[in-house]
Design a protein around this ligand. Sequence first.
Ligand code: NAP
Length: 291
Amino acid sequence: MAGKPKIMVMGATGQVGGALIPLLAANPTVQVVAAARNHGKAAKLNVPSVHLDLDDFSTFAPALEGVDRVFMATGYTVDMLRQSKDLVNCAQRAGVKQIVHLGACGDDDTRVAHYGWHQFIERYIESSGLAYTHLRPEIFMQNLLGYGGESYVKQGVIRHYVGGARLSWVDCDDVAAVAAACLLDPDTHAGRTYRLGYEAKTYYELAEVFSAVIGQRFTYEPRPPSEFLQTVLAAGAEPAYMKCVFDSYTDLTNGVDLRSDEVFNDFAQITGGSSLTLADFARRHADSFRY
Ligand SMILES: NC(=O)c1ccc[n+]([C@@H]2O[C@H](COP(=O)([O-])OP(=O)(O)OC[C@H]3O[C@@H](n4cnc5c(N)ncnc54)[C@H](OP(=O)(O)O)[C@@H]3O)[C@@H](O)[C@H]2O)c1
């Protein structure tokens, strides 16, 4: 394996990292290593792994030893700020050459706080002098399977907290496909910021898609954002991050234009494939939604 660039995938046991691992492992020109805090989960990924606990800075340098490229992902916590800063510093010291960062939605002018946090991290990565690509996915379709410890779709009723706002959607598999393209060809994607969202729909429209694809009736029931905050905090989600999500849901419910419905048409150019639709998602996960 010597001589092949080594790519370390963070969040390897999560949705995007988990989808990225097989894409990289299938490519014979690189070595892939999963960075994880949970050995049991890492063992199931069928690639070599290193121990990386974002809450334990002492694990950063050993994990990054010999790594050339990093897929950098953090969890749903304000700690992402200090974790990412130290991770970038350690990557620089370890001789890493490229970072592909999993950020969040929005354009540079966004006032949604946690989108802004990700943008601070982008600027910090840029200041490191390492080659970088920033990924800014819009709303993950996978949230429909569960988010913050909560399930949104039960017995044909989709409950959510954004009123009639139209959102731009992306499947985590497509986020992984873009990440793989960037990690496998750093020069082509160096210095680029890619926004990833390919289909804009309200939850009312989403319910229609689910009904048509799954063949059962789905409806949308808008709920108050306060209920969201109560539920996710009770499920143990991190309060600072979830307060930001709550604020954005409150704005969307009140009709504030957060430009949450912007869609982008560069997926084929970046990956050579077609992006997945909400109908594709409903088809692939029909068993989880059928009642
Ligand atoms: N949901 C959305 O709609 C959306 C949209 C745009 C951007 N994003 C961004 O996407 C990112 C989350 O990606 P995801 O959904 O793929 O993640 P995920 O499925 O929630 O998984 C989180 C991953 O991070 C790992 N992790 C969490 N805390 C850790 C720690 N202290 N040390 C080591 N690993 C840790 C988890 O490991 P364990 O398995 O051990 O827990 C897991 O692998 C966030 O930065 C979020 O802002 C989300």
